[in-house]
Design a protein around this ligand. Structure first.
Ligand SMILES: NC(=O)c1ccc[n+]([C@@H]2O[C@H](COP(=O)([O-])OP(=O)(O)OC[C@H]3O[C@@H](n4cnc5c(N)ncnc54)[C@H](OP(=O)(O)O)[C@@H]3O)[C@@H](O)[C@H]2O)c1
Length: 255
């Protein structure tokens, strides 16, 4: 049975979806392990949520590309909170909008190491704790980019198609155990994502101009809903876009 106060580990909790999930799940009484490279941000958020909701929270620095860093973060979180029930492998990024033949190594490595390797490392470290608890839920954060490739996004799209494949494989591997596996796959959402991708705040703002994109809380709500369903119900994949985005290539913009 789902514990009354699930212990939820979220990577990439310093911003965007991860921070919104922390806020929404804290309000539901979940205990939280929050990680990102910007440790001071997650510490401020954890302190605020402990104060506001009386939950337990652990905050730590983690670079999901680095095995030792991930293992240390996960073990410290589990020790501090008394175990783990839910893993949200959310940390990720797009870097640039290069044609495939233009992609610099630095951006290629940032995306593949974070979006693929970081996700494996996080789940690999966390799974023994879910098994020990006898109840668990693993969330992948995929993307519409993992459903429909687009020009200027070959590596990011490849990484999110990879996320989709990993979620499918993990679900097969865990079949028969009380550990659910869900991939929440958002379309265009206004977070720091485009600032990181384009490295230019003016260009990032233009991505959303004239539209009403998803907010981080819209995506956090999808995670909350999947988590709160009865134990025998598993949402495999949730593709969620704002109404203005009919597809990757068709976005309605008001004048
Ligand atoms: N926004 C969108 O339109 C959109 C759509 C579909 C999917 N997504 C996916 O949603 C996830 C969250 O993105 P977001 O929109 O919330 O973007 P965001 O606001 O830029 O947040 C990204 C988070 O990932 C963390 N992160 C990045 N690299 C990391 C690393 N090596 N180690 C640890 N943490 C790392 C960042 O923290 P630090 O920099 O502090 O480490 C930050 O907390 C990503 O996987 C992204 O691909 C986003």
């Amino acid at each position: 049975m789902r514990p009354e106060h699930p212990i939820v580990l979220i990577t990439g909790a310093s911003s965007g979806f991860g921070a919104a999930m922390a806020r929404l799940l804290a309000a539901q009484g979940c205990h939280l392990a929050l990680g990102a490279r910007r440790a001071e941000r997650v510490q401020v958020l954890a302190d605020e949520l402990v104060q506001a909701h009386g939950i337990k929270a652990f905050a730590g620095a983690v670079d999901t590309r680095d095995t030792a860093s991930v293992n240390a973060f996960v073990e410290a979180a589990a020790a501090s909170l008394g175990g783990l029930h839910v893993l949200v492998a959310n940390a990720g990024l797009a870097s640039g909008t290069y044609k495939m033949w233009e992609t610099p190594d630095e951006d290629l490595e940032a995306m593949m190491r974070t979006n693929i390797e970081g996700v494996v490392k996080t789940i690999r470290a966390g799974i023994p704790h879910l098994r020990k608890a006898g109840w668990g839920h693993v969330f992948f954060i995929g993307s519409t980019a993992g459903h429909q490739p687009y020009e200027g996004g070959s590596v990011y799209c490849a990484s999110k198609f990879g996320v989709k494949a990993m979620a499918h494989s993990l679900r097969l591997e865990l079949n028969g155990e009380q550990i659910r596996v869900t991939s929440v796959d958002p379309g265009m959402a206004e977070t720091e994502f485009s600032n990181v991708r384009l490295k230019d705040d003016t260009k990032a703002a233009a991505v959303y101009q004239g539209t009403k994109p998803l907010t981080a809380f819209d995506v956090a709500e999808c995670v909350r809903w999947c988590l709160m369903l009865p134990d025998h119900v598993n949402i495999d994949e949730m593709l969620v876009k704002c109404l203005d985005q009919a597809s990757v290539h068709k976005v309605h913009r008001r004048a």
